[in-house]
Design a protein around this ligand. Structure first.
Ligand code: SF4
Length: 311
């Protein structure tokens, strides 16, 4: 069921996920399309997430945005009042108590574990969005495992000091009893600055022609069941509940939006297993997180390799 509408306010709106928002030229959504998008969300009873560019918006836009309950996703350069702040880099001064997103390659993440451990003392939550999952190789497994182990050390120290913070790579899986994926095209769709709907911003930036209707003709998703978890034979058996299950990456890497790539599965399982390690270490230290659920030991990193068990 559709629950969220994401509205990209400008072609230069900040990226908050795996895609690259590669437009340099500003193109603000037409004010009438913005108002029609808000009306669409009201009629369909959708929560709205607005995604902002670096620059300030005209007063009429801010007035329209304030006419509906919403979440603001903003770049740090224009981050006042944001619910989610997208950081521009590792040297940014992070806002106290904020929920933030940082884009990083695996290599950069490995080199900034200490930065993240420091940030988590100020933030409520950090989402790390890895930008090169598509290039991840089996020979990178040990290195990413080491990075995650170092992040686990930092989290244990944080909790031992009586503090707490969320880091998507490690803490999301602890609290989940079922899949909690992106669900683009299933629970959410995106309205782009051209007034057309897309499965998610990534499909818009990749090729504007991939639209799913517009505000006048209506939203038209062909065979929506083919995007859902219950139609994904591998994912629906999996317990890496925190995995993004990114349908855009699936489409690029396997040519099917509902079939995961080896890379995505291995990365998600390394994070699942590191979450388990964090859980065990916190248990040992006598620290119990409310709602934390036991995670079973698992050595296989790609569910595709154990597909016979599910037949
Ligand atoms: S780890 Fe793989 S099988 Fe599991 S949810 Fe993610 S993409 Fe699907």
């Amino acid at each position: 069921m559709l629950t969220y509408l994401i509205i990209l306010l400008d072609d230069t709106s900040v990226s908050y996920c795996h895609y690259e928002a590669n437009c340099k030229e500003r193109r603000l959504i037409n004010i009438d399309d913005l108002k029609a998008g808000i009306m669409f969300a009201m009629k369909e009873n959708l929560n709205v997430q607005f995604v902002y560019p670096d620059n300030e918006l005209p007063a009429a836009y801010l007035e329209a945005i304030d006419s509906i309950d919403h979440t603001d996703i903003k770049p740090i350069a224009n981050g006042n009042g944001a619910d989610v702040v997208v950081l521009g880099g590792w040297d940014d001064e992070v806002p106290e108590g904020a929920t933030c997103i940082i884009h990083s390659s695996f290599d950069d993440l490995d080199g900034h574990v200490a930065t993240i451990n420091g940030w988590l003392r100020r933030m409520t939550r950090l989402n790390v969005v890895l930008t090169d999952v598509d290039k991840f190789k089996d020979s990178d497994i040990d290195c990413y495992k080491k990075t995650l182990d170092a992040l686990v050390d930092g989290m244990v120290e944080l909790f031992q000091q009586g503090r707490s913070a969320q880091l998507n790579l490690l803490t999301d899986r602890l609290m989940l009893a079922e899949m909690n994926n992106c669900r683009a095209g299933d629970s959410n769709v995106t309205l782009a600055p051209n007034g057309k709907f897309y499965l998610c911003p990534a499909f818009y930036y990749e090729d504007e022609k991939q639209s799913l209707g517009d505000l006048k003709s209506g939203l038209d998703i062909k065979n929506p069941q083919l995007l859902r978890l219950d139609h994904s034979p591998i994912c629906r058996q999996c317990d890496a509940y925190q995995c993004r299950r990114c349908i855009w990456m699936n489409q690029r890497l396997t040519m099917d939006a509902n079939t995961p790539s080896h890379q995505q599965c291995v990365v998600a399982h390394l994070e699942r297993n590191a979450s388990r390690e964090l859980q065990l270490r916190l248990d040992e230290a006598g620290i119990r997180l409310t709602d934390s659920r036991p995670i079973e030991e698992m050595t296989e990193l790609d569910p595709f390799n154990i597909v016979n068990r599910w037949k």
